[in-house]
Design a protein around this ligand. Structure first.
Ligand code: URA
Length: 205
């Protein structure tokens, strides 16, 4: 049901895929999350950007990168001169994983099994979008993109050849920038993130 059918169109196939993902039970995260947060953006985008997993606000809104990390992401995209509306934005894992703490829900990292379980959706998205360039934000996204554990330090900021075609690029996750306590260091790290995005985009020129 997820392949473009003869006579069907690619947007229709994507809608069907998103609808299917809304009922996903491939791992246990669906049990506590509000909803599946599927990728978004033009299905014919040249660039795909992959985050880790929806956060608290994304879980409630049903859209990727709309909370605090999304604000940093949006600001960096503007500074890098990349129009988010032209990019397909998704996550390595499509349900919010959290620990309840009082009334708050504290983000917790997806484990290797959850990333693997969600790989199916990521691969289906890629079969439709076929991006020329994929940017992974942080280690979980890099793991999904490359199919193996890597460190940001070893892979950051250079063109990588992806197993399913196209180029890959690894950079930090915007949440990491939010966690840096030192303001000057956070500004430097933000500037480096913007430079990474610009460097990646040059590959499309
Ligand atoms: N962090 C992510 O990795 N993805 C989102 O969609 C939001 C926050």
């Amino acid at each position: 049901a997820t392949q473009p059918r003869p006579g069907g169109n690619i947007e229709g196939a994507w809608e069907a895929l998103r609808e299917e993902a809304a009922h996903c039970t491939r791992c246990d995260l669906y049990k506590h999350a509000t909803q599946t947060v599927f990728g978004e953006g033009p299905v014919d985008a040249r660039m795909m950007i992959v985050g880790e997993q929806p956060g608290d606000q994304e879980d409630l809104a049903g859209h990727p990168f709309v909370g605090p990390a999304g604000e940093v992401f949006d600001r960096a995209m503007v500074e890098a001169g990349i129009d988010r509306a032209g990019v397909y934005v998704t996550n390595a894992v499509k349900h919010f994983k959290f620990e309840p703490r009082g009334k708050r829900r504290i983000h917790s990292k997806p484990d290797a099994g959850e990333i693997q379980a969600c790989r199916w959706w990521y691969e289906q998205e890629r079969l439709l979008v076929k991006p020329e360039l994929t940017i992974a934000l942080g280690a979980s996204a890099a793991r999904q993109m490359l199919g193996k554990t890597v460190t940001i330090a070893a892979t950051r900021g250079r063109a990588l050849d992806l197993p399913d075609g196209g180029r890959g690029w690894v950079t930090v996750h915007p949440s990491y920038l939010l966690r840096l306590p030192d303001r000057a260091k956070a500004e430097d790290a933000f500037a480096a993130f913007v430079e990474d995005l610009k460097g990646a985009e040059k590959l499309l020129a």
